[in-house]
Structures are given as structure tokens and as C-alpha cells.
Design a protein around this ligand. Sequence first.
Ligand code: ADP
Ligand code: MG
Length: 352
Amino acid sequence: MKRWQGLFWMALLLAGCGAEEPVFETRFLAFGTLVDLSISGAPRAQAEAAATAIEQDFQTMHHLWHAWDPGPLGRVNRLLPSGERFAAPPSVLALIGLGQELSARSDGLFNPAIGGLVDLWGFHRDDPSQWTPPDDDRIQAFVQQLPSMADIETDGIFLRGANPRLKLDFGALGKGYGIDLAIEHLREMGIENAILNAGGDLRAIGSRGDRPWRIAIRRPAGAGALGIIAVSGDEAVFTSGDYERKFEHQGRRYHHIIDPRTGYPARGSLSVTVLHADATTADAAATALFIAGPDGWHALAARMGIRYVLLVDDQGAIQMTPAMAERIELLAHPGPVQISPPLPAAEAPRHP
Ligand code: ADP
Ligand code: MG
């Protein structure tokens, strides 16, 4: 009797495992946000070892690419405005190359060379009480001399800045590129099914057992999810929103995504979600399309080769591409939902 009971419980346990693939989950802090790593279909010891390595990767990247702490990017930022030729630290060369390419493709709306402007708004200080609007004169002076990624001359590992206002800020790219590198590392460690999620921006590979990963898209200005996207295979989902770093001053709200054409926080969008094959492109594109806004995002998405876009405008209305509409399961939404004309099928190639 005992023996039969044992077999019964064993069968129940196995049935349970079949229904719900065990997922290893871990969480750590990097890039100023919580990073969640979920791994499915790997033995626990292998998943734990991989998680330790990935956490180390993130701490390293955080240090290497920090725009205002001392470190390699800090050194580049001291040398670029001087106009002198110097040997760049290898750890930032790839980001500069990607930044140049993606900035050009976004017509300069994604512009990681405007760190000086982001700094003027106070966002390079950790203490939010120091985030405050600068004098308009200073903004206009900056925009008159607007630095761009094309102002960085590259010659192998040597760089020379051609604009005294150059200061690199990879806040809109580093997370994406870091996730791409970490996904490659996970695969090298034999992990085929995982989600790497940095504060809602993520890339998913493989699946969760025999089901796709289900990704919640954050609702701007409020708790809860706007919708769910099923991802299986390999895809990145990135959202740029006005809610990440923001402050209020004399009754007006300001946020951290700056329109390089005006020098002021971009107007018109509350959030933009992009799906793409790689996180690097998705990160830069979400920022660029957010700035392009309700009237400009469609043309820019076509130029950048982005097929899946969802934008929430400042009236709470949703605009999305037909491809996105097919993929997203929208949860209750109070505002209007408009499907855009389709975008050309040609998608930007996968980075890096
Ligand atoms: P999130 O933090 O919501 O993921 P983004 O990926 O859009 O947002 O990155 C925003 C950050 O990028 C800002 O905090 C700032 O450091 C930097 N940034 C602001 N404006 C621009 C811009 N026009 N181009 C590139 N980077 C920008
Ligand atoms: Mg971004």
C-alpha cells in the first residue's frame, strides 16, 4: 500500500512538472534599474552559474558606460571637447560605432552626443531635487552648437572630437546593447531559454517550456499592464516613457527624453514600445520614435526599418502598426486605438 501511495505522489509530481516548466529567477540592480533574469529548461546549477556571470557582466558594463561617474566613458567625455586625437578605451568603441549608425538612421533624433544637454537639465545628478529647467538662453546656445555623433572622427581606435559641446550619454542605448551582449553570453553558457528584463526593457530567447514567453507592456502614467505580447524564438521589447526620470517645476512636468531640435523634453508622447530582433536597435528606436511623436513616428519607423511600434500619445490615445496590432493582446484601454498604414516589410538587420 505504502509503495502504491509513493508511486501516486510521484506521478502527480511529474504531471505537475509537465504543466509548468520550472523557471529559475534572479534579480539584481544595474543601470539604475532592477534587472530580472528568468531561465527555463536548464538544470538549476547551470542556471545559477549563468546568473552569477550575467550579474557580473552588468556591473562591469554599468561602470564602463556610465556617463558621469569616473570611468572609461568619463575619460572620453573629458577628451572629446578638447579636439585632441586620443586612443579610445576599447570598451566604449563599439557603443560609439553603434551610436553613430543609429543616430544617423534616426535623423539625429536619437543623439547620444547631447549628454551636455541632458546634464543642463540636471539629469546627470543622482539627486532628483537637483533636476530643474535650465535658463532658456543656455538651451538655445546649446542647440545653436548642437553636437552630433558625426562630430566624432574615428580612425581605428583613435578618436577626435570636432565640437566643444560633445559629451556622450548612452542612457538610451547602453541597456539595449548590454542586454544583447548578455544574451550572447547566456547562449555561450548553454542557456537557450531566457528573458533578460531591465526595468521593463527586455530580450527573450527560446520559450518557457512548450509555451511562448508572455511579456507585459507597461501602461504609461499608472500601474498595470497596457497589453501582453507573446514572444518565442528571439526578440526584444523596449519601451521609452516619460515616467522614468521626471520632475515637476512650477506646475509643469518635465522628463528625461530630450528633443535635440528644441533642447526641451519631447512633447506629444507618453510612451513608445518597439519590438525588434535585437535590443540595441529597439532601445535607440524607442527613444527616437518617442521624440518623433504622434505625427512623426510612422515615417521615421519606415526609415529605421522598425515594423512593430505602439505609441501612447499625451491624450491617452494609442497608435500602432498593423504588425503590432496582430501581436499585442490589449487589455482594457479607455482611449481610442488607431491602426496605422502598414510599414514597408524591410526590417533593419540584427545587431550587434
Ligand atoms: P528609458 O530610461 O525610459 O528606457 P530611454 O531609453 O529613452 O529611456 O533613454 C533615456 C535616456 O537617454 C535619458 O535619461 C538620457 O540619459 C538619454 N537621452 C535623452 N535624450 C536623448 C536623445 N535625444 N538621444 C539619445 N539619448 C537621449
Ligand atoms: Mg531607448
